[in-house]
Design a protein around this ligand. Structure first.
Ligand SMILES: Nc1ncnc2c1ncn2[C@@H]1O[C@H](COP(=O)(O)OP(=O)(O)OP(=O)(O)O)[C@@H](O)[C@H]1O
Ligand SMILES: [Mg+2]
Length: 247
């Protein structure tokens, strides 16, 4: 195995006694890259992220971070190892301030100087976080709240951020901002494993893409190749069969 930062290898996982959701899933995230998982509802995209962050122990297969086997580490240990997970849906505490929400991301950190340095970093990366630091998070728009979540996830200086449907429920302008922020995270050296319904926009942002179906990777490769793939265009990207320009 090469120099991938995060690897899910032959992962099998599911919930309780129900049938397996992931059936031999392999996904690789190179350093400082954006990898996007796309696929239909229920394909197992969120489940894959839960396995990666230790929320759901797999029944088989391995999770490797920088070549180290972290498969059965608990979520807190995954976080300290450098994996931060932004869950599907909104998850800011609306009755707390933006600053308090962001600082929740530093709960495993002891060094006050390091915390102050990260606060400065996320304020620089997300201007709205700096501008609204003392405002109640619930007073922000959905897109602004998403940036508060991103800022919180970056407090621990993660090596990989797992983003589950970051554009869910956002209008087109806020969606654009979210994807721009994903690019800035990568530029800042953080790798991103992202799940998106908005497959076209996500693949335009990503370096690599994986299409999940029935719990395993159906098609994968450089994001630009997937965008140009006719089968994928018809199934997931809204390309019309009758549109000659998509041929
Ligand atoms: N906590 C849970 N308990 C039991 N079954 C679950 C649980 N979470 C997900 N599942 C099941 O696992 C399968 C995959 O779900 P998952 O949330 O990973 O899909 P997804 O690809 O993220 O879908 P979506 O696009 O709708 O978010 C589904 O059949 C779902 O019903
Ligand atoms: Mg999901």
């Amino acid at each position: 195995m090469g120099s991938d930062l995060l690897e899910l290898v032959d992962v099998e996982a599911g919930y309780g006694r129900a049938a397996l959701v992931l059936r031999g899933l392999t996904v690789r995230v190179p350093p400082a890259s954006v990898v996007c998982l796309v696929g239909p509802n229920g394909a197992g995209k969120s489940t894959a992220l839960k396995v990666a962050s230790g929320m759901l122990p797999p029944r088989a297969g391995r999770v490797l971070l920088d070549g180290q086997d972290i498969t059965h580490h608990r979520p807190q240990r995954m976080l300290t190892a450098g994996l931060s997970h932004v869950l599907q849906g909104h998850s800011v505490f609306k009755e707390m301030t933006v600053g308090e929400n962001v600082l929740l991301g530093a709960y495993t950190m002891r060094d006050k100087a390091a915390i102050a340095e990260r606060v400065a970093f996320v304020k620089d990366l997300f201007p709205v976080v700096a501008q609204r630091w003392t405002a109640l998070a619930g007073a922000l728009s959905g897109g602004q709240q998403k940036q508060v979540e991103f800022a919180r996830s970056l407090m621990v200086s993660p090596r990989v951020v797992l983003l589950d449907e970051p554009s869910m429920g956002l209008d087109p302008k806020a969606t654009s901002t979210v994807f721009e922020q994903v690019v800035r995270m990568r530029e800042a050296g953080t790798a991103v494993l992202m799940v998106e319904q908005n497959a076209r926009r996500a693949l335009e942002t990503a370096d690599f893409g994986c299409v999940l179906d029935l719990g395993r990777v159906h098609i994968s490769g450089p994001a630009a190749d997937l965008l140009a793939d006719r089968r994928l265009g018809e199934l997931y990207l809204g390309n019309r069969r009758t549109d000659p320009s998509s041929a």
